[in-house]
Design a protein around this ligand. Structure first.
Ligand code: GDP
Ligand code: MG
Length: 201
């Protein structure tokens, strides 16, 4: 069985994060919580790679379409379509344009509860309602309303895996096994070890 500190999450700093010079700030937030960076590269993704990335989970089209319809209805607005798949077709086209517009930083972060910790620090999908103190809450001011009006993807700086299963698929999609580096960080002793003998001289 895997040790709990071996959990991994896939994180991508989207083109707006790179253009806003937030690469260091974003990495800093994941580093300082205690996560370990085990893979990193800069890539200009292709539209095909982006489509595959978002559809690795075959329920994504349906679930995201339904979520979008609900978010319109909750605001008392009429959704652009009542068909979830028609909605996600548009979201996916916009994501392809956005995600292929410039370089993206692809990373794998490892540590206890990596998936949930990464998402907590990132904040909710729509920057308008992302909590203060999160990456999306602190560094960007976009909304679904503005992005839908402009027929473009919401600029929310970073992608992060939503579950452990999603992380496994996404890591495999973007990295070769040999690109994931296995190494020990010295701080892991104080983060995880039960026995702290050897600290005092
Ligand atoms: P994430 O994991 O927080 O990025 O969010 P999801 O996996 O639910 O959605 C992936 C991407 O689809 C988001 O980053 C948005 O670009 C887009 N998206 C998701 N839900 C909506 C929505 O309700 N409206 C719009 N316009 N875009 C959405
Ligand atoms: Mg997601």
């Amino acid at each position: 069985m895997k040790k709990f500190q071996e959990e991994m999450s896939f994180v991508a700093i989207k083109p707006d994060g790179v253009q806003r010079s937030l690469v260091g700030e974003i990495i800093k937030r994941y580093e300082r919580v205690g996560l370990k960076l085990v893979a990193m590269k800069m890539v200009v993704p292709t539209a095909d790679q982006i489509e595959q990335h978002y559809t690795l989970d075959d329920t994504w089209r349906q679930v995201t379409g339904e979520k979008t319809i609900k978010s319109y209805m909750d605001k008392g607005l009429t959704p652009p379509s009542n068909d979830p798949l028609a909605i996600t077709a548009v979201i996916l086209e916009n994501l392809k344009k956005y995600m292929t517009s410039g370089p993206v930083i692809m990373m794998v972060w490892q540590g206890a509860h990596a998936v949930k910790i990464v998402r907590k620090i990132l904040g909710g999908t729509e920057p308008l309602s992302s909590d203060v103190g999160t990456i999306r809450g602190d560094f960007v001011l976009d909304s679904y309303q503005i992005s839908d009006a402009g027929k473009r993807a919401v600029r929310n700086l970073v992608h992060a895996s939503g579950s452990v299963e999603e992380a496994e698929k996404e890591i495999k999609h973007w990295f070769k096994p040999e690109e994931i580096i296995k190494y020990r960080l010295v701080q892991e002793q104080i983060l995880y070890d039960v026995n702290l003998d050897g600290l005092l001289e």
